[in-house]
Design a protein around this ligand. Structure first.
Ligand code: NAP
Ligand code: ZN
Ligand code: ZN
Length: 366
């Protein structure tokens, strides 16, 4: 009797303190994603529970699920381009209420007190930000699970407001591809009179192109895919260069103020640095599995620089979402049912995505 009683009690606690969630997970590196059920914590006082409606498919999800960066944790529920509706809020939540449209990006927590957090750059938290998936979760003692799932519980400070003006599914990619390209261009004060190059026309690349154009720069899209030329022009490029064409590359040498490199695989940086003007800057956001060799002379002759950038802080992510609502900027997407996620991974790796896959979470069978 006592044993049975304690089981009942545990079940009650589970009912009260956990939210059942289901999604798709990779059980191990390079395994196909498959249906997976797990629990989310019940919202604490400062938490927001969200019913996920759409989640974008970032190339980082593929690098991670295939353990290409060597930091993966399994089982892994990827996904950090999340949009949905608030279903429940904790007692001290003031910024959100049930029914609100919200987004969650690459981070769900940080220390809040280090210099970087205080500066609004939580992605560089000196204690390590809690990333949305496969990251140690101080709140539960386990690891975080991401947005390829039915629901998520997130501290209110890491929840973003989403405008109902924009198409919700096409907003999802803004939470990573959007902020990752918006942030370095804002930091470099990109605007009229500047020439900007975008390397790679995928999820990040097409957002970089839209933002650079919107900020008033002259934009040149570099692509390895001849068949993307017309799209690049439609998406806002003033010029398109096929990067395999050596003559066309030479014609652009020494002319760029700023280049953003979004390429996900091994490529030649020494083909890109000569494109910069004196004092021009190449910002890396793409993070290929392999190390990329760099000829330093190309930087020294011209006082050129090369830098990196990681997503953006929460305040800047909200600023980017508000900017997109004001300027009618969203991602160009292919909406997919969740059971097509493995094909979507394969097509993304082949650079065959126009220009971001987004999962319709209504297709998740319970
Ligand atoms: P994506 O949609 O797959 O786009 C990558 C594009 O790179 C492809 O569409 C292709 O464009 C080009 N490309 C692919 N293989 C290439 C090769 N071998 N040589 C030259 N170009 C090649 O990927 P994504 O989601 O935009 O992500 C891009 C990268 O950024 C990934 O490494 C991802 O992990 C990283 N990322 C970084 C951050 C950050 O905070 N820094 C945030 C998100 C993602 P073309 O067909 O036009 O050549
Ligand atoms: Zn991402
Ligand atoms: Zn911190």
């Amino acid at each position: 009797m006592e044993f049975l009683g304690s089981v009942t009690c545990e079940e009650n606690i589970k009912d009260r303190y956990m939210i059942q969630s289901h999604g798709y997970a990779a059980a191990a590196a390079k395994e196909a994603l498959a249906p997976f059920s797990f629990e989310r914590r019940d919202p604490g006082p400062s938490d927001v529970a969200i019913d996920i409606q759409y989640c974008g498919v970032c190339h980082s999800d593929i690098h991670q699920a295939r353990d290409e960066w060597g930091v993966a944790v399994f089982p892994m529920v990827p996904g950090h381009e999340i949009v949905g509706r608030v279903t429940k809020v904790g007692s001290s939540v003031t910024n959100f209420k049930e029914g609100d449209l919200v987004g969650v990006g690459c981070m769900v927590d940080s220390c809040r007190v280090c210099e970087n957090c205080k500066d609004g750059e939580e992605q560089f938290c000196s204690q390590g930000a809690t990333f949305t998936y496969a990251s140690p979760d101080k709140k539960t003692g386990g690891y975080t699970f991401g947005g390829y799932s039915s629901s998520i519980v997130v501290d209110q400070d890491f929840v973003l407001r989403v405008s109902p003006k924009l198409e919700l599914a096409a907003v999802a990619p803004l939470l990573c591809a959007g902020i990752t390209t918006y942030s370095p261009m804002r930091h470099s004060k990109i605007g009229p009179g500047q020439k900007v190059g975008v390397i790679g026309l995928g999820g990040l690349g097409h957002m970089a192109l839209k933002f650079a154009r919107s900020f008033g720069a002259h934009v040149v899209q570099f692509t390895t895919s001849e068949n993307k030329k017309a799209d690049a022009l439609r998406l806002g490029a003033h010029e398109v260069v096929i990067s395999k064409d050596e003559e066309a590359m030479k014609a652009q040498a020494g002319t760029f103020d700023f280049i953003i490199d979004t390429v996900s695989a091994k490529h030649d940086l020494n083909q890109l640095t000569p494109l910069l003007k004196r004092e021009g800057k190449l910002v890396m956001v793409g993070l290929p599995e392999e190390k990329l060799p760099l000829a330093i002379g190309n930087l020294i002759f011209g006082r050129r620089s090369i830098a990196g950038s990681l997503i953006g802080g929460i305040r800047e992510t909200q600023e980017m979402l508000d900017y997109c609502a004001e300027h009618d900027i969203v991602s160009d997407i292919e909406l997919i049912p969740i059971d097509k996620i493995n094909q979507a991974f394969d097509r993304t790796v082949k650079a065959d995505v126009k220009y971001r896959f987004v999962i319709d979470m209504a297709t998740l069978t319970k």
